[in-house]
Design a protein around this ligand. Sequence first.
Ligand code: SAH
Length: 287
Amino acid sequence: LIEGPAAGALRAGREAEADRLLDEALATPEAAPRGFVSIVGAGPGDPELLTLRALAALQRADVILADRLVGPEILSRARREAEVIDVGKGPHGEGASQAAINRLLVHHARRGRHVVRLKGGDPFVFGRGGEEAEWLARHGIRFEVVPGITAALACAAYAGIPLTHREHAHSLHLVSAQGAGEDVDWRALARRGRTLAVYMGVAAAAAVQERLLAGGLPPATPVAIVENGTRPGQRVVVTELAALAGTVAALGIRSPATLIVGRVAALATRLAWFGEPPVEARLRQSA
Ligand code: SAH
């Protein structure tokens, strides 16, 4: 997908050399940036949650670099002539590397194309949009960032869970549990009166449970698991903190799912309006 000398180096697996060659090529006057990159949030899945600005970018695109979380219902709204490149990253890091994506962005923009970097949810919420914007800025390529509806907001709305509520929660925290949440201060988050929206929490459910309990959050704290939020297969499970990992395992919850921890999560049983009604399950692990 990359042409010129950098392509040869890349094919031979010499990534550092490819980056250097590309940087060199970019430094020449004829490489003056004409292209444009739209870093676009596609929202959580329901195409009706695309912003008008995201839609406009899709309809102008020459090239679309799309993440795995972006479904065909959204891509089908793109300009027909646009070349779609799937750079999807799976939960185990399969798919194009971030370095390869950065290279593609520069490569296509440098050819004067309108590139859309399409991401699930919002690009600046656990979406690596920041790294890509930094890379583009460093290479003098013009870009815009189009916000998208992030999973926490979308899942909460479509599950009937107000993220803040005068009686239950006065702050909302967006947390990544990637890598079992090693970099997160769970103890500091384990306070009453907060809502935690935990991204990438399926594989880390046991660690999230253990750390929040260790931090002092009551075992009976409600937790909602929203799987495939806003999509036709949306599933909402309401459980409690002490039963989180057991419930995730027993019900076979799969990514993408967002965990909503806090008293507001219990409101799903009364306020759910989309898809199947929520399931209540408190399956504690016996081991
Ligand atoms: N930039 C994205 C987040 C990417 S990280 C955003 O702003 O939403 C990937 C995580 O997002 C998943 O592990 C899951 O926790 C969450 N997620 C994304 N789409 C989702 C969906 N439709 N339903 C539930 N969770 C979702």
